[in-house]
Ligand binder design. Structure first.
Ligand code: HEC
Length: 147
């Protein structure tokens, strides 16, 4: 009699454990499916092409604008800001008058010549090989506009 009871108890216990395990697997599976979905989204975002091809008829994008079309601000942000915002390697900072007091009297022609051909640690065209002379000049003007 008591043995029978014990067997019943064990059987019940197994059943409960089984239910618990099944529920646990179901929950874990759901969580995994969810996180997998999230990472799939994240991956899709990460593998997006960094440059999108412009098809005929598309609105021209500012970023993809042909050389020569960019404003001083755009060129500055792309090619000059890395050094000229914080004064990296002693670069004269944008909008900081004291950094330019000895440079401005040289005149724009010299500033432009130094920017195009390089000057000490200032790389030719700030490293922007496809920047036109006009774009470089516009970037300089943007840098010194609010002195
Ligand atoms: C890698 C850092 C770096 C980048 C990028 C850079 N510059 Fe410079 N730039 C410098 C440094 C350093 C100097 C100071 C050179 C010196 O006087 O010895 C300088 C100086 C200058 C000067 C003053 C030159 C003179 O005759 O006094 C101008 C103008 C200038 N940069 C324009 C630009 C423009 C425009 C861009 C972007 C198209 C640019 N720079 C990008 C580092 C940089």
């Amino acid at each position: 009699m008591s043995q029978e009871k014990a067997v019943k108890f064990v059987n019940q216990l197994k059943w409960k454990q089984l239910v618990a395990v099944v529920a646990g697997v179901a929950i874990a599976g759901g969580v995994m499916a969810f996180t997998q979905d999230m990472s799939r989204e994240a991956i899709a975002e990460r593998i997006q092409p960094s440059m999108k091809v412009r098809v005929a008829g598309d609105e021209p994008q500012q970023q993809a604008a042909a050389s020569g079309d960019r404003s001083g601000e755009q060129v500055y942000n792309q090619a000059c800001a890395a050094c000229h915002t914080g004064g990296v390697l002693g670069a004269p900072r944008k909008g900081v008058a004291e950094d330019w007091t000895e440079r401005l009297p040289q005149g724009m022609a010299v500033l432009l010549e130094h920017s195009i051909n390089g000057f000490n640690a200032m790389p030719p065209r700030g490293g922007c090989a496809r920047c036109t002379d006009d774009e470089i000049e516009a970037a300089i003007e943007f840098m010194i506009a609010d002195l």
